[in-house]
Write a protein that binds this ligand. Sequence first.
Ligand code: BG6
Ligand code: MG
Length: 222
Amino acid sequence: MLKAVLFDLDGVITDTAKFHFLAWRDLGAELGITVDEAFNEELKGVSRMDSLERILAFGGLADKYSTAEKEAFCTKKNDHYLELIQEMTPADILPGILPLLEELREVGLKAIVTSASKNAPGILELLQVKDYFDGIVDPASVAAGKPAPDIFLAGAALAGVQPAECIGVEDAASGVEAIKAAGITAVAIGDAEVLAQADRVLADTSALSLAVLRDAWEKATA
Ligand code: BG6
Ligand code: MG
């Protein structure tokens, strides 16, 4: 039986990708690296430090900076990102998410946040949806980031259920890979070609509902 839904945050609950992009683009410019929107796609779902490492490698500067310098770059990017997101309100919750959270609450299914973002708790506060969730996995508590399965396995454990009793909802290829590696049914939001590994792909969040999730889970686990 389906017992828990594990939610990615960025690109699923709200669209923060544009703010991550602007903050990385400006930091990249300071370092002489052009971060364009196409390259930014590869950063979706990827942790802050791993994103910086990818940007530096992309710019041919993989070995140039010390750990302390890289940490300072991450802090700078995040300070800028935090400035950009401060204006977020419940109006920034993506379509279909609130009705789905209401449905999950009504039937008693667990809802867990499994985001790579250390800013997830703060963003859920801004969106005023924190109370809908039974838990938020701390991404710092898992050994390996997406596409490793760790955060989704931790999400199932936090819900007190087996991975096979969960669905994971993701917008990034790295996230879908992580869900599948955890032995969890994957519902993806976005481009069907990019997210081909998912059990079900929906064009956008407005198509999400408990009925759709149950159908995807039943077909994937039959
Ligand atoms: C993911 C985003 O959800 O979180 C990535 O898709 C981001 O773009 C990652 O790098 C880490 O986020 P944060 O907020 O901890 O820097
Ligand atoms: Mg995402």
